[in-house]
Design a protein around this ligand. Sequence first.
Ligand code: GCV
Length: 621
Amino acid sequence: MKHILLSLFALFTTISVHAEDGHQLWLRYQPVNKAKVLCDSKSATIQIAKQELETYYNGAQIALKLDATMPDDDGYRFDGSTLSARREAGLLYGTYALLRGDMNMESHPAYDLRLLNHWDNLDGSIERGYAGESIFWKIENAQLSTFNAQLIEEYARANASIGINGTVLNNVNASPKMLTTPYLKEVKKIADILRPYHIKVYLSINFATPMALGDTKTADPLDKSVAKWWQKKAKEIYKLIPDFGGFLVKANSEGQPGPGDYKRTHADGANMLADALKPYKGIVMWRCFVYGANHKGEDRVKQAVSEFKPLDGQFRDNVILQTKNGPLDFQPREPYSPIFDQIKQTPNMVELQITQEYLGQSRHLVYLAPMWQEFFSQVNPKQLRGIAGVANIGLDKNWCGHHFSQANWYAFGRLAWNPMLPSDKIAREWLQQTFTRDPQFVNTMAQIMAESREACVDYMMPLGLHHIFKFDHHYGPEPDGFIKSYPLEWCPVYYHKADKQGVGFERSSKGTDAVSQYRKELARTYDNINTCPENLLLWFHHVPWTYKMKDGSTLWESLQFHYNRGVITVETHHNIWHNKMRHYIDEQRWREVDDRLHHQVENAREWRDTCLKYFGQFANE
Ligand code: GCV
């Protein structure tokens, strides 16, 4: 820790004259070096808190106190002179709250589980990563090579500063190698660095690992040799990492192995793993992102409920179901996943995607907090056990590829702590810490951030259109996309169903009846074309081109309006940044953002032109 602070200090002294590369994220505190910090404990966590406060706190004196009467583990209270918490973690979170100028005297997290999910492969590549290679995994000369320990500590500090307390270190499309001893030893080294920052490590596992490694003949969860293998493996893991968090599992989904390969259920599979982890208090996070297996042919957005609802109540108490916010796949706008209405006895976690797979990746400025808040306005945050975010972090100097993509990492952490925090407040907090406190800059950019997600929906897929991306890499439009050898659920034409009558997917009671998976009042609202919110119209209905929208325009006119509005909005954003924002901040970051905004405008125009040309063929027939 000491060396990080010293090197950061050295950096600060040169910052004012040199360009900034964004590596410091929102942690650009200026050293004050005047606070006296009183505390008894010498633990590593307290030492971190102490050093941060001694260096950066702008008060004369502060005491850190462990207080067993505090209501939860991670919350903190500050009375003007003493920062109290039940555990050291709370003191650390309170420290960072003070440093960001948060005057909230008492704060408690909504969830115990606030996790990042890294889709990092063991060869260093990252699935849906747009900011360079993995910070954890690297192969050199065909050998596993170790990570940069200082970088991992910086990562830990950044996460602790926003309250994240767990991380899954590898891709859900997991390699069986992950659980071999050389890799587990690396995991132990990472866990040792993260521990003082109160971040637990978790691993994604490949369900067929024992068989793939040649240790068992099958991966059948009801086979004794298989269960035994997992128990032994759990013992090995916990010997190395006593506070290991548990497993994240993608099973029988997109080609991954799972209990279904042996005609067993997801509950059979999850419970077998849960039993292996139970003696050590480990958990299993079992993903509900499944389609194309048992319910092949059914509307894809219905399949998770069809698969998991009959299993509700059959899971061990250390299993949590982890489900994406929407029923399809991290689209710019989706209704929430009805799993959250249907699964009542098993704890649920929501999985959000910080990396912008479908929202312009790290090339578009799209602030995601408003989208996540839309989810929390539909699904009561209190009914969830935890929250996971698919990380957008890589080896790029600025961690996230786009300077403004850092805001999504930051916002995820802040919302995981308190899902009710307004997205505008988070944006302002982040802008002030990351760029400047100048109110002109902050007001303007907060406004741009607030508009950015709706602009993206407008220029990509307005009015409930979805999944009309280019194949595989999901960047740019391909509304005519159809590949015969691909599953239909990967083809854009399956989703928009444009023909000369209209456009949209009929999921009402007249169609696939996906609406019936929602709670009653909403099911009724979505079912009726006249009450269905217009921003989800084509998600739930196949709508005639001449359909009259609420403002009197036809559907086709409205579609054109939205695509054009999206483009105009990002053109305006770019103009403002280009012409007005330069003198507020350092040249390097200004230029890098400017380049990306320029590109974003071009890409938005491509979306508009391609989609309107394609849909126009039908609409104007
Ligand atoms: C990790 C989508 C993505 C895949 C991802 C998958 C999942 O299909 O395109 O890259 O795989 O979701 O969440 O499992």
